[in-house]
Every structure is written in C-alpha cells, then in structure tokens.
Design a protein around this ligand. Structure first.
Ligand SMILES: NC(=O)C1=CN([C@@H]2O[C@H](COP(=O)(O)OP(=O)(O)OC[C@H]3O[C@@H](n4cnc5c(N)ncnc54)[C@H](O)[C@@H]3O)[C@@H](O)[C@H]2O)[C@@H](O)CC1
Ligand SMILES: Nc1ncnc2c1ncn2[C@@H]1O[C@H](COP(=O)(O)OP(=O)(O)O)[C@@H](O)[C@H]1O
Ligand SMILES: [K+]
Length: 502
C-alpha cells in the first residue's frame, strides 16, 4: 500500500528528508526538477517545440526556474520564462534558482499584474503555485490563470495545477489553470483521485523524487493506494488435493424479467473468480438463458409471488441485488432473518435498503455494500462533493461495521476500522452496463473462498479493474463489455499468482 498524504504532511516529509538524508533543500528542488524533466523529455521528444515556463515565486516557481534551465541543458532551445512576481515574497530556493537561470542565459520576463503578453509557445509549463496553495486564487493570479485558460494551449503542470486544492472540498467554480498532464512529486495528491478533478486536469503521472519513504509510510493517514504487490501477497494459489468443497458455495439473488442479464453476469463472474459452487436465485424465465450461457451455475427458481425454498445454511456467502428489481423486499427480509454470515449487497438490494432503513440492524457485521455514487447518496443522503462522501463512508462503515465499496474510476474501499483504500486499476472502456454486476459476483466469490471480507473487496476491486485494463489497453479497445471482464478474471488472477510464485 502506498500511504496517501495531505500537502501539510508532504511539507513535513520534505523537511524530514532535508534534515535526515541530509540534502540541502535547493538540491532536493534540483532532484524534483530533474525527475520532471526526465519524464517531460520522454513525453515531448521534439526539441524544437517552444515552451513557456510560468513561475510563481514560491518553491513551485523555484522548480519552474530549475526545469527551464535543465530543459535548455537538454537542448530545448525555444524556452522562455515568465515570472509572476505579484508580491515581494520569494523563497530562498527560488532566489538561488533565479540566479542560476540568469547564469544559464535562459530568457525571462517579469509579468505585471493585469498586463499579460501574448503567448505563442506550443506548451506551457505551469509552475505558478503548487502544494502551497492556501486560499482560492484572486487578483493578479486569478487574472493570469483565466488569461492562460482562454488561450487553450497544452499545459503541463508541475506537481499540482495552479489553484487546485490537493485535499478537501474542490469548489467546482474554482479558478484553476487547466492541465493536460500533471507531473506530480512522490505521491498522487488525494484530490487527483476524486472525480471533480477531471474538470481541471486530464491525467497525472507520479515521479519519484527520493523523499524518505519509510517516513511517509509511518505518517498518520487513513488513505492508502492499493499496489499490485498487496494483491500478490493476498492471493492464495490453489493447492493439490483441494476440491470444490474447499472453495465454498456462493448464492446470488438477482435478476428479473427485464434484467436477467445482471443475474447471468454476477453468477458467471462468481464462477470465473473461482468459487467451488455457484447457485443463482432467478425467476423461471431466466432458466433457459442461464443453462445455455453457463451450465456450471445451479439455479433456485423463484415465482413472482411465492417465496422460494432456500436452504440458507448451505451457502458460505450470499450476494444480492443485481437486476433484482425493487419488489423483492420479502426475499430480502428472509435473507436477513435466516443468514448470519457476511453478505454482499449491490444495486436494487441497496435501493430497497435505502427505503427500509430498519434492515441495517439485521445486516451481519463485515458485510459489503458496493454502491455507485447515486446508490451511495440514496443510502446516506445527498452530497455536494466527493470529499464529503469520503467522510460519510468512514463514519457509516464504522457505525454499521460494514465495508463500503464506493465505485468510480478510483473505487474507494472503506473498512469499519476507518481505512480508505483507493484502487488504481480500471479504465473508462469499462464504463458500460453490467460492469458492477460482475464486480458483485467476483467479491462474493472471494468471500466464499474464505478470504476475509475486506481482503475479498480489495482483491475483487483490483482484479476487476485489472482484467478491464488488460482487455482495453492490451487490445487497444475503446469499450469492454462486462461478460468479457468476467471471462478475463481467471487469466488476470493467474498472472497475479504467477508473480507470487516468483
Ligand atoms: N523542499 C520542498 O519543500 C520541495 C518543494 N517542492 C515544490 O514546492 C512546492 C510547494 O512550494 P511552496 O510551499 O513554496 O508553495 P507554492 O510555491 O505552491 O506557493 C507559494 C506561496 O504562495 C502563497 N499562496 C498560497 N495560495 C495563494 C493564492 N491563492 N494566491 C496567491 N498566493 C498564494 C503561499 O504563501 C505559498 O507559500 C511543491 O508543489 C513543489 O512543486 C519541490 O521542489 C520538492 C521539494
Ligand atoms: N472510468 C472507469 N474507470 C474505472 N472503472 C470504471 C470506470 N467506469 C466504470 N468502472 C467500473 O465499472 C463498475 C460499474 O458499476 P455500476 O455502475 O454498478 O455498473 P452496473 O450497474 O452497470 O453494473 C464499477 O466497478 C466501476 O468502478
Ligand atoms: K503548478
């Protein structure tokens, strides 16, 4: 896991690294600037492009000055620097780099508030403000950023897009210099992982600047980014002599006439993810489709008005909700009355739960809910920002002793203990119907296979996204369908297990 930290903590890490490595802060700035330039040179190999580096007078601006000098040393000849000296304050490392810039004869001008020259460069490097932002942009900075946004150039931001808060509620009307790419130092900033950042930046990459990792990992933060090695550590390869009884029996309660596909998708995904036995509880019209698509899955047929006979004790885990419709409250109540092990609730199970809040007290501890944003808000009330949703998830997971999987580009898994794990896998080719149903099947399958529910959630979310990445990225496919992801899971899983075996 990579611990994710606030800007204030990042400043602590800088200070700690400077004093204990030890390294002069201006040398750390040089190291950060080199890391930026190294990525930039690979990304923009054409040395003839014209580049304008906009610098503030803090350390982000200091980085900008060092970057301009290093780019010139790397044979980028068409460089000029624009310094936004809108106050008397400049950091010592800015001043040192200003002297070095002049020594290296990189052309520069100092901008005057309200009088900005025309910009003809191909690329703008944004080194105006970084993680030191402590209030919304106003005055000359706001004017400059609006001016640069209007000219619609390619913008590469240093560490943070100017004007974007790295954590806390992002104001959707904030004045931010929109970046095509952010080359950020050491860690993704928390807000880069929340959907509101999409209005201000298209993408980011993280470059290592050699800060003290041990110190970062020991900082007090409940936010973590899942790494592949965590998943490699968690998976358990199958052993000789293990049989279907070893891998549990999952029941999925899903599907209705119009949305039978959801039942097929979640139950097949459970089977592909390796559960020993899968049963799906569906209405009769789904039976032929089920048997044709995936004969390995067994069925409990339910009639419209009649409760099906379910031997609850037979099942290791139950996943409920995909395509279920909202008129299955009696079945859900029977589930909660009869089944005391972890359940996985998704889709219509969550929609019914939001209208039957007394069910909460019957949901077994360490159960998992997998809402997308609308289901989350239906359950816990409307939110105006994702930062607030993070706080709500933490509070609700602790109060209800459940694991909350809030789905998105970077799905967030919140445990009852208050940890919040961001998942890095997955891509927009997966934004297609049925994808969540597959995730429900996968997580249910891992619980059946005796992974602890939090492990099953982490493993399931990571693998689901990774399977989608393999399909979309390796095949250059712009759309991936849910059934393809389900069928890819065993392949993805095998690659993870192979890493474990060395
Ligand atoms: N040793 C370090 O601390 C390192 C810092 N690095 C760079 O330093 C940056 C952080 O530098 P600083 O802390 O100097 O901060 P910034 O350069 O981001 O901002 C400079 C100053 O601007 C002022 N400011 C904040 N919000 C403002 C607003 N809305 N309008 C006008 N002025 C505002 C603040 O006084 C702030 O300290 C990082 O983003 C990174 O680019 C890197 O060089 C790596 C090492
Ligand atoms: N842009 C994306 N990047 C990563 N994952 C995505 C993206 N779009 C969708 N997904 C994943 O697909 C799933 C969609 O779930 P959900 O909205 O419940 O779909 P459905 O209701 O159609 O089954 C989630 O796991 C989500 O993380
Ligand atoms: K910046």
């Amino acid at each position: 896991m990579l611990k994710l930290i606030t800007s204030a903590q990042m400043h602590e890490v800088d200070a700690h690294t400077i004093s204990t490595e030890p390294i002069a802060s201006v040398d750390l700035m040089e190291r950060a600037s080199k890391a930026f330039v190294c990525f930039f040179c690979n990304h923009f190999p054409d040395k003839n492009i014209s580049i304008a580096v906009y610098c503030g007078t803090g350390n982000n601006g200091g980085d900008g000055l060092a970057i301009a000098r290093l780019l010139k040393a790397n044979q980028y000849e068409n460089i000029d620097v624009k310094i936004a000296r809108f106050s008397d304050h400049a950091t010592a490392d800015f001043d040192t780099n200003f002297t070095r810039l002049k020594e290296a004869s990189v052309p520069f001008i100092e901008l005057k508030a309200g009088d900005f020259p025309e910009e003809n460069a191909d690329v703008i490097i944004d080194a105006l403000l970084g993680s030191g932002l402590n209030k919304p942009l106003s005055g000359a900075y706001a004017d400059l950023v609006k001016h640069l946004n209007n000219i619609e150039k390619k913008v590469i931001a240093v560490d943070v897009p100017t004007g974007l808060l790295t954590e806390g509620v992002i104001d959707k009307d904030a004045i931010v210099l929109k970046a095509d790419l952010v080359i950020t130092f050491q860690r993704p900033k928390l807000n880069f992982l929340l959907p509101e950042s999409a209005s201000f930046m298209d993408d980011f990459v993280v470059v290592d600047i050699g800060l003290d990792e041990n110190f970062i990992q020991n900082l007090d933060s409940n936010f973590e980014l899942i790494e592949e090695k965590d998943v490699v550590k968690t998976v358990r390869p199958r052993k000789k002599f293990e049989h279907k009884g070893t891998f549990g029996h999952a029941l999925l309660i899903a599907g209705q006439a119009k949305t039978m596909g959801a039942a097929l998708l979640c139950s097949s995904a459970a089977a592909y993810a390796g559960v020993g036995l899968t049963t799906v509880c569906i209405p009769a019209p789904g039976l032929t489709a089920l048997n044709s698509l995936i004969p390995e899955v067994m069925a409990i047929v339910r009639e419209e008005k009649q409760m099906p006979e379910i031997e609850w004790d037979k099942f290791t885990v139950i996943g409920a909700g995909p395509g279920l419709g909202k008129d299955s409250t009696a079945l859900m109540e029977a589930l909660f009355a009869n089944f005391k092990k972890s359940v996985v609730l998704d889709a219509d199970a969550l929609n019914m739960l939001s209208e039957n809040s007394d069910w909460w007290q019957s949901i077994p501890e360490n159960s998992i809910i997998t809402p997308h944003v609308k289901e989350f808000d239906r359950l816990f009330g409307a939110h105006t920002s994702w930062w607030e949703r993070l706080e709500t998830a933490k509070k609700q997971a602790a109060e209800k002793k459940i694991i909350i999987v809030l789905k998105n580009q970077y799905t967030i898994i919140t445990t009852p203990e208050g940890s919040q794990y961001f998942n890095p896998t997955g891509n927009s080719a997966m934004a297609s119907g049925g994808m969540g149903d597959v995730l429900t099947g996968i997580i249910t399958s891992f619980i059946a296979q005796k992974y602890a529910p939090a492990e099953a959630a982490l493993l399931g979310v990571y693998l689901h996204g990774k399977a989608g990445d393999e399909l979309a990225l390796n095949n250059r496919s712009s759309v991936v369908l849910a059934a393809q992801v389900a069928a890819q899971v065993p392949v993805t899983l095998a690659k993870i297990i192979a890493q474990k075996n060395g």
